[in-house]
Design a binder for this molecule. Structure first.
Ligand code: IP8
Length: 269
């Protein structure tokens, strides 16, 4: 690893690493390839992964995003179960790195972030930065988040990225990479509406006016592509470019981490 203060945040999408249609199923080959590419790139970064088929089914069943609701049977148990399910998924990823003798540190988002009404607070950025100083790769994940008003919700991987963008002090984020199952943002071709065109680059301010192609969706308690675009706009507001890439394409993650050209969507301020 290099020792400068620039880092990349890499979001490994839950729908990439798991089969979102089949609860609690890891796409082992995809995880293996992603891990190898991160190791090969050997740069300073933070990984944030989504919930996929581990987080979303429990969160949906117990309406965790809506907060405390006494009318939902066993909701607090469901809260605990949602967290533990994510923990299990995260452990799989952590072990995949450790098996390759690569130093990673699992950081539980529910232990370092808390909600104070609508604001998300953290006092634990030092832990992440100290791990980076030690050349450890911190891995965070979408999780439950407790709320000081005596409630709770879900913190998505995208929200975590935004909080890191706002709070990291010693490290400068040069880019955020979102890995997905498609090459980036697709819009409907004006002339041929049956055709979809990849947006190779655009400004965050233009996102609202794009006629996005409907490429289907799977259960997602944190807002799917709409929620993602809102997070991307806020990340770009911090002057951090966002690249959307296809994590299934051979060596894409490696190339993106190394700044090599690939088919993708780049969104800038
Ligand atoms: O997949 C959601 O994280 P995301 C995490 O990044 C849970 O939206 C627990 C559903």
């Amino acid at each position: 690893m290099n020792n400068n203060k620039e880092i990349i945040l890499l979001k490994l999408g839950g729908s990439l690493l798991t089969d979102k249609i089949k609860p609690f199923s890891i796409r082992e080959d995809v995880v293996k390839k992603a891990v190898q590419q991160v190791i090969d790139a050997n740069i300073k970064l933070i990984i944030i992964h989504g919930g996929g088929s581990f987080g979303h089914p429990h969160a949906k069943k117990y309406s965790i995003t809506k907060g405390l609701d006494q009318s939902i049977p066993d909701q607090i148990f469901g809260l605990a179960e949602t967290h533990q399910s994510m923990n299990k998924f995260n452990s799989y990823l952590i072990n995949s790195f450790l098996e390759k003798k690569y130093p990673v540190l699992s950081i539980q988002s529910s232990s370092i972030f808390i909600k104070d009404s609508s604001d998300i607070l953290t006092h634990s950025i030092d832990i992440i930065e100290t791990a980076l100083d030690l050349n450890m790769l911190p891995i965070l994940y979408g999780d439950i988040i407790l709320d000081k008003i005596g409630s709770f919700s879900i913190i998505s991987g995208d929200q975590i990225i935004l909080e890191l963008g706002k709070n990291l002090k010693k490290y400068i984020i040069s880019k955020v990479i979102f890995t997905m199952e498609i090459d980036g943002l697709y819009i409907i071709d004006e002339i041929d509406p049956d055709n979809n065109v990849l947006v190779e680059q655009c400004k965050a301010g233009e996102l609202d006016n794009l006629k996005l192609a409907n490429l289907g969706h799977k259960i997602d308690v944190t807002g799917g592509i709409k929620g993602k675009l809102e997070a991307i706009k806020k990340i770009c507001d911090l002057n951090i470019p966002v690249q959307l890439i296809n994590g299934l394409e051979d060596k894409n993650i490696f190339k993106s981490l190394k700044g090599q050209k690939i088919k993708s969507s780049l969104i800038i301020k």
